[in-house]
Each structure stands twice: as C-alpha cells, then as structure tokens.
Ligand binder design. Sequence first.
Ligand code: PEP
Length: 252
Amino acid sequence: MRKRIVAGNWKMNKNFLEAEELVAKVADALETRKLKNTVVVLCPPFPYLELATDIACEAKFSVGAQNVYPDDSGAFTGEVSPVMLESMEVEYCIIGHSERRKYFHESNEFLALKLNALLKHNIIPVFCCGEVLDERNAKKHFKVVEKQLTESVFHLKKDQMAQVVIAYEPVWAIGTGVNATPAQAQEMHAFIRGLIAKKYSKKLADEISILYGGSCNAKNAAELFSNPDVDGGLIGGASLKEDDFMGIIDSL
Ligand code: PEP
C-alpha cells in the first residue's frame, strides 16, 4: 500500500540546543496524533542524527539524512557513508536535492551510485527531481524530469525500485514562497507515475510514494495533498517550526 509521507528537510539550520528542542517538540506533538498509513520523517544535519534517532525509537517519527557518499568507507574526508547511517538506524536519506546538484555539481550518474549504495544498506532513498524555471518556461519540464529518473533511477530492478520514494521539487518553488499549483503538481506526479508504470508495472507505480516539495506550508498543503498522485511532501523552511510542520502533517 502506498505510504503517505511528510519529511522535514532542515537543510543547514539550527544549533545543537535548537535541534534538541525542535525534535522534542515534534515528538510531543505527534504523541497525541493518530498517524494511520502516514510516516513523518525528520532530516536534520548529520551532527544531530543521533539525538533524533535516540528520540525516534520511542516516538512516532523516522529519521533521515540529507546526503550520503556512495562508498562504504575510505579516504573521503568530510563525507558520511551509508554504513555509518545504517549503523545509526537512519531509515531514510534525501538524494538529488537541487541544492546539491547546483552547489556540489552532483550529476545524474553520481546520484545513481548513491541510490545503489543506500539500497545496499537498507536505507530508503528520497530521490529529488525537478526542473528550473527556464526549463518550465521552455516547456521542457517533463523531458528534464524524465532524464533525471532515467539516468539515476531506472536502472534499478523491480524489487529495488519498490523501496524508493520520489520527491518532485520544481527548483523555482524551493524556498521562494511560490509553490507549484495543485494542478501543476498533480500533472507532474501523474507523469512520473506513468513513467514508472511504463518501465516497471502499473502495480509498482501505484505503490510508490511521490512527494511534492517547494514552498509547501500549512496553508497550501491540504490542497496540494488532495491530489490523487501527491502522497505527501518534502518540506524545507516550514519544517523548522513545530507549529508549521504539524500544520502540514495535519493536512495529510
Ligand atoms: C526543500 O528544500 O526540499 C524544500 C522543499 O524547501 P522549501 O519547503 O523551503 O521550499
């Protein structure tokens, strides 16, 4: 059954005490909620993963990392491996975020390696895809997303593909306050599901969670999530405040 997911991508925000406070507040707020078939994931920066996994084992959320290096170990100063994440009981990991593509020049081919590495260590990849504004204006957005999925994801076998979560994040919507309209999100999510159906099977496509990301907040979440192919959200800015984040979870 397709899971509904709200994942908070904290990016490079919060000091240690602030992180502790936000994790505790989200844990408390979730305690009274009934989360049927809904998964909440917190993706804090690497140094705070342990505090999050410590609380997560008794709370109603899972923990995700924001990045991973594709090798198990070795001379890669500053990097974090999937072995490390697995050993800390990190269940999810974001890859392919537009900020990593832009500032760290991560290619589709490199992301394919990260995807393989995560699956090898039983970590659920949250694979981000999405077009920049010029590409949408040139009506190339479907082609761009198809290329990202083809070059990074569609080499997977069926059973591996079944583990992957996709996040459609139009780059022009990330952190801008301009979200995709519900119709734009639904159109792209249906397109992505169609590609998965064509490559694998309709049954598999129907089981995969496709999240929307890009200026999603407590005000617009309900309308975005009401679309049949939008299975939740990857949330940046609005995941940094407990009230805003809970408002989005309550919209699911
Ligand atoms: C993100 O960074 O994944 C994101 C969706 O950011 P925001 O919600 O701030 O647009």
